[in-house]
Structure formats: structure tokens, C-alpha cells
Design a binder for this molecule. Structure first.
Ligand SMILES: [Zn+2]
Length: 120
């Protein structure tokens, strides 16, 4: 599987989610099957500061080889599988503290499987 990096605004309808923001969720449109996957504020809350992933080690190595997230630069990640086609997707986002213990999240990048469709 080959992964590519895209700007979050290519795939998500909201780039700023959470406390103090107008959006409490954001929707990802899968490039492979066109299914909409909704990520809620609480999904980001759960992923915050965690290293665990729904992906296996092989996938994680492929993803990290394309774009390793940098916690030292305030980056966090959220991994999920498309509910339509099971394609792995990683969102790299930046957490911001709105008030003590309450965060909002700014989506930066998406790492997703490059299209398997042949253009020729
Ligand atoms: Zn899909």
C-alpha cells in the first residue's frame, strides 16, 4: 500500500473543531469510495496525547515513512478506517487549549492510501 499526504482542507469540510469553535465535528470524504466519515470533537479528545492506533505495525511504518507526526511541534494524530471501504486514514492535527482542560483541534494534514485506481 502506498500512502500520500494531502492538506486537510482537501478532504475535510471543517478544519477547526471543538470547544469555542462553531463546528463540533468534521466530515471526511473518502477518495476511494466517496463515503462520508464524520469525526466528532470527542474522537479527537480520545486520541489526544495517545500513541495507540487502530492500525497494525506494518501500516504504521508505511505511514510514518511518508510523514511522521512531530509531537515536538504540537502535532497529534488520529487514525481511523473508512467505514465504506476500510481504507486507513491518519489525520495530523494541532491541539489548542481553549480554557483549562478544554481543547479545540486544527486539522493540518491527511495521510491516506493513494488511489488504487488506474488512470491508463
Ligand atoms: Zn472509503
Amino acid at each position: 500500500m502506498i500512502f500520500k499526504v494531502s492538506k486537510a482542507n482537501c478532504r475535510f469540510n471543517e478544519l477547526s473543531v471543538g470547544v469555542g469553535q462553531t463546528a463540533t465535528s468534521t466530515s471526511y470524504r473518502c477518495d476511494h469510495c466517496s463515503v462520508i466519515n464524520t469525526l466528532t470533537h470527542s474522537a479527537f479528545d480520545k486520541a489526544l496525547f495517545k500513541d495507540s492506533s487502530v492500525f497494525n505495525q506494518d501500516l504504521l511504518e508505511l505511514i510514518n515513512a511518508v510523514r511522521k507526526f512531530e509531537r515536538g511541534h504540537w502535532e497529534e494524530f488520529l487514525d481511523f478506517k473508512c467505514r465504506g471501504c476500510n481504507s486507513p486514514v491518519r489525520v495530523i492535527y494541532e491541539p489548542n487549549e481553549f480554557r483549562m482542560g478544554c481543547h479545540y483541534y486544527q486539522l493540518k494534514l491527511v495521510i491516506e492510501a493513494a488511489s488504487a485506481k488506474r488512470t491508463s
